[in-house]
Design a protein around this ligand. Structure first.
Ligand SMILES: [Zn+2]
Length: 71
């Protein structure tokens, strides 16, 4: 698995993030983003304990929101 913005494969990326619930150091939480059967799957900690799945419409809403906030 590749850490950072470099894709380990075209349908999976891992981004260093910060978990506000478990209070690890900044960038301690690995957030895995994957595209699986047309859905976007978010797996904080890459542990499978709380996995969020977004359909295309939901994922586009997240994308549009981040684009609005980040420019
Ligand atoms: Zn956590």
């Amino acid at each position: 698995m590749t850490i950072g913005n470099q894709p380990s494969d075209k349908n999976q990326r891992t981004v260093p993030a910060t978990c506000r619930t478990h209070r690890g150091c900044k960038g301690f939480c690995n957030l895995r983003l994957a595209k699986v059967n047309g859905e976007i799957v978010l797996d904080p900690h890459v542990a499978g304990c709380c996995v969020i799945s977004l359909d295309e419409t939901e994922a586009r809403t997240v994308r549009d929101t981040l684009t609005e906030w980040l420019g």
